[in-house]
Design a protein around this ligand. Structure first.
Ligand code: GEK
Length: 241
């Protein structure tokens, strides 16, 4: 996997962050070094999918990037035993995903879709996964997408959802951000890389509080909502319809 050095040199005017070919080529390294407990999230979600999906139903991964969840699922489940639709608006991400599936001989199990997740029709959904993707949508579009997912899920179906969050209390918010940057430094990112990436993500990644997410999930109608993993300002939920 190529090392993420995108923000390692000074950039005169940092452009807004994009999921372009340069980012896609280092994505795996970037996400493992930028999202606390990423490996654990993917591993457990694949196990949850395995537990919940039934013949004739589908798993959707909305904002699938280069397919880490799908690859974890392929390792757990035999060829032909599940159906997944993986959606991303970044073609460079999907190109890498497709190469990985081909190398693993698992092209048949997963349908890749180059599309905006707001435009996708969900059908026969047993599990929908939205990991660190809602945060890139305009806040005004978030209710509709989450409601569409709920409406599409079969009774007993599951939404697996993860986001970077914001704390309403300024002191706790500062503490969370401080520990997050500490985490990034421990993973080899320099002060310059951290500050240029932060600038690039300004108004591109728009986090919300845990309460805002929780209230939205409740309004959708889920009967069970649980935060199963939390690390300072990173949060993963399981929601059962
Ligand atoms: C993982 N879930 O490895 N429509 C479709 N895709 C989108 C949209 C949109 N409107 N907006 C952003 N994306 C993955 C990680 S990364 C998170 C998800 C991150 C896509 C975008 O192209 C990118 O691949 C992904 O959402 C977000 O668990 O990089 O912080």
């Amino acid at each position: 996997m190529d090392r993420d050095t995108i923000y390692s040199k000074p950039i005169t005017s940092v452009p807004p962050f994009e999921f372009n070919a340069a980012v896609a080529s280092v994505f795996d390294d970037m996400i493992h070094r930028s999202v606390p407990m990423y490996g654990e999230i993917i591993r457990r979600q694949a196990q949850l999918v395995q537990r919940c999906c039934r013949p004739g139903t589908r798993v959707y991964d909305l904002g699938c990037s280069t397919g880490n969840l799908a690859m974890a699922l392929c390792r757990l489940m035999s060829a032909g035993s599940f159906e997944m639709v993986a959606v991303d608006s970044s073609q460079p991400m999907l190109d890498i995903f497709q190469k990985r599936l081909k190398a693993a001989g698992r092209l048949e199990d997963i349908t890749l879709m180059a599309k905006d997740i707001r435009q996708v029709n969900l059908d026969r959904a047993a599990v929908v996964v939205v990991n660190f993707t809602l945060q890139f949508l305009p806040p005004a579009d978030r209710d509709d997408l989450l409601q569409k997912i709920y409406d599409a899920l079969a009774p007993g179906g599951m939404l697996l959802f993860s986001e970077k969050t914001l704390h309403a209390d300024q002191g706790l918010s500062d503490l969370q951000v401080d520990f997050y940057y500490r985490f990034k430094k421990e993973n080899g990112y320099s002060e310059l890389e951290i500050s240029q990436k932060r600038e690039a993500l300004e108004n591109v990644l728009v986090p919300e509080t845990g309460e805002t997410h929780h209230n939205r999930l409740r309004r959708c109608g889920y009967s069970g909502i649980d935060v199963w993993l939390k690390w300072f300002n990173f949060c993963s939920w399981i929601c059962i319809k």
